[in-house]
Each structure stands twice: as C-alpha cells, then as structure tokens.
Design a protein around this ligand. Structure first.
Ligand code: UT7
Length: 329
C-alpha cells in the first residue's frame, strides 16, 4: 500500500495588539520629559514606523498569546482539546520558568497538550517555531499544533536610549497547524551564528535573586541592518529552492517587520513587486517574534491571502538567527 505524504497545514490564524496605541508624537513627548530627543519625522523616515502598541502593566506575554490563540482556534474551527503541541516563540517570557507555552496551555484550559515549550530565537522565533511544529507533525509525533509568537518588548526597552526605544512594540500572533494530506508548509531553512551575539542582545541574567548585568535591549543598529539585508535574501532563495518554487511563484512575502527599508530592499532583491509584500511595521513597530504571525493574520483576515496561495515568511534577529518558511496557505 502506498502511503500518502503527510504535511502540516495552517487551519486558522489570530492576532492581538494591546489597546494602548502609542504614536511617534506621543512617544517623542514622553521621551522629551526625560531629556531624550526624537521626532515623528526621524522615526518615519528611518524606519517606516508611525505607531506601536504597549501592553498594560498587568498584561503579560501569556495574556497576549492567549488572546491571539483564542482567535486562531476560533478561525480554525477546532476543539481546543485536540491541540497536542504548543510552541510559543518569545524572548520576553512571563517568567524564567515555567515556559510561556505551559502558562498558555493552562489559560486555554487544554487538559493534555502533549508537549508545550518556548522557542527563543528573538525575531526569527516564529519561523523557528513553525519549522519545529511542521517537523513534529510530518514525523507523525503530533497532529495539531498551536504556534504562537508573543512579546512584551516594552518591558526591556531603555527609554533613555533613543536608538532602540522608538523601534519596538508589543503583540502576539498565532496559527493552528494540523496534519494534512494537502500541501501546507512546503519548506523551511533556519540558520544561526552566535559570533554576532553582541550586536543585538539583552545582556542580563538572574543571579542570587537579583538581575546581574544589563537587562535592557542593546542593539548596534547599523551592524544588524547590514547583516539582515544580506541574510534575508539568501535564506529566502534557499527556502524557495527547497520548495521547488521560483520567486515569481510567491504570492505574498511576509518579512519580519523591523524596518521598511530592510523590507523593501529584500523584496526588490527577490524581484517581487512591493504590492506583494505585507507591511504592518507602520502600525505595529517591531514586535519581534510576533511580527510575522501578526502580519499573516491581518492579510488573511482582510482577504489578501487566499487558500492555495504561496506565502514566503522570513525572520531575522538576535542570536544572530535567521530563517524562512514557504507555505501553501
Ligand atoms: O528585530 C531585529 C532586527 N532589527 C533591525 O532590523 C534593526 C536594524 N537597524 C535599523 O533599522 C537602523 O539601523 C536604525 C533604525 C536602528 C537606525 O537607522 P540608521 O539610518 O542606521 O541611523 P543611524 O544609527 O546611522 O543614526 C543616524 C543619526 C545619528 O545621529 P548622528 O550621529 O548622525 O548625529 C543618531 O544619533 O540619527 C540619530 N538617531 C536618532 N535621532 C532621532 C538615532 N536614533 C534616533 C532617534 N531620533 N530615535
């Protein structure tokens, strides 16, 4: 008997942004009270960001993940109890441990999740998590996965550092991925190079009950920019080759939403028209691991991404990490 090939396929998507929307002007006014100078003009011109959302003081990463997951589960039309794998990509977990994925399982009241764990690959986290979930489903070990990117980066921003604090926001995006005989995730390519750890990091840790080192985000923006532009094109080509697709067959490009200049450059290098790129950076800022699933959810819900279309997702971030996935939606 010939066994048909097993794939993992997206059944539904969800997203959540905290209600506190902070415009560039509001942020600039807030920073001015600390003697930190910035402007709407600078932020828009250098990044494409107009606003970002910040979580309320009592809102944690798992709360954001919960709201996005509930929407994804509803869109998928599944019984949450059928979820047997939960992966949360985050670099801003609620606690050192337990994992945000376990907290999410509890909040969703999923009795027997099979496995729940966090993936920490910063802004590439969602692509890493998607690739893990896909492999675990294709191997037959799990059948229905909840894959989430959720962040509260506002908690690790140094509001005295204008070179970083204007760039990031909070949010969560989620997908339900399930075993299917129809093609879904076609290919993924992941990479890491820890030699670049210092250009984007939060160099603090807990020791003896206190934080040792610096627990604020530090970034060498120009070094990250150069590396990002270089690796994003390469990894996109690699994933497309693995999927046996050309860039002309890509219906939608969803790059990590960090800076519109990096995104348009990647899109141009791939020979794709800018209209085929989903852009949310203007309204969300950089939400790290949440940026790709949030953008995916927005383009699915507004009807741009349709069933059967090819979507190229790609992320890059601290570690240094980068990766791409090609999915047939
Ligand atoms: O999520 C992971 C991936 N992260 C990224 O992809 C981020 C990659 N990097 C970037 O997006 C850009 O490098 C930045 C947006 C961070 C910076 O843009 P840039 O065009 O590389 O600016 P720059 O660092 O060369 O700074 C230009 C000037 C400097 O002033 P001087 O030295 O020329 O007088 C900065 O001090 O802009 C100044 N500056 C600011 N001015 C107003 C830096 N930040 C600000 C600010 N407001 N917020």
């Amino acid at each position: 008997m010939v066994q048909s090939k097993l794939y993992s396929r997206v059944l539904g998507t969800g997203g959540y942004l905290p209600s506190n929307r902070v415009t560039n002007q509001a942020l600039a006014d807030r920073l001015a009270t600390r003697g930190v100078e910035t402007s709407d003009e600078w932020i828009v011109a250098r990044t494409g960001i107009h606003a970002r959302h910040f979580a309320a003081p009592d809102e944690s990463t798992s709360d954001l993940a919960l709201a996005a997951s509930q929407r994804a589960i509803e869109a998928a039309g599944i019984d949450p109890q059928s979820i047997d794998l939960i992966i949360v990509a985050t670099s801003t977990p609620d606690f050192v441990f337990p994992s945000t994925a376990c907290l999410l399982q509890s909040k969703l009241q999923i009795k027997n999740a099979g496995a729940a764990f966090d993936v920490q690959a910063v802004c590439s986290g969602f692509v890493y998590a998607l690739s893990m979930a896909d492999a675990l489903i294709r191997s037959g070990q799990h059948r229905t996965a909840l894959v989430v990117g959720a962040e509260t980066f506002s908690r690790i921003l140094d509001f005295d550092d204008r070179t970083t604090c204007v760039l990031f926001g909070d949010g969560a995006g989620a997908i339900v991925l399930s075993a299917s005989e129809e093609p879904g995730v076609l290919a993924s390519a992941l990479h890491a190079d820890g030699n670049h750890a210092g250009i984007l990091c939060v160099p603090g840790h807990v020791n003896g009950g206190v934080i040792a080192g610096n627990a604020f985000l530090h970034m060498d923006g120009q070094a990250v920019f150069k590396l990002a532009v270089h690796v994003l094109e390469k990894v996109a080509v690699e994933a497309l080759e693995k999927a046996h697709l050309t860039s002309g067959q890509v219906d939608w490009l969803i790059p990590h939403q960090a800076n519109i200049r990096i995104m348009t450059s990647t899109c141009r290098k791939l020979g794709l028209p800018q209209e085929r790129m989903v852009v949310t950076v203007g309204e969300h800022g950089n939400t790290s691991a949440a940026s790709i699933p949030l953008a995916l959810d927005i383009a699915v819900r507004d009807g741009r991404i349709k069933r059967g279309q090819n979507v190229l997702l790609e992320g890059v971030g601290g570690g240094f990490t980068w990766g791409a996935s090609v999915i047939r939606f």
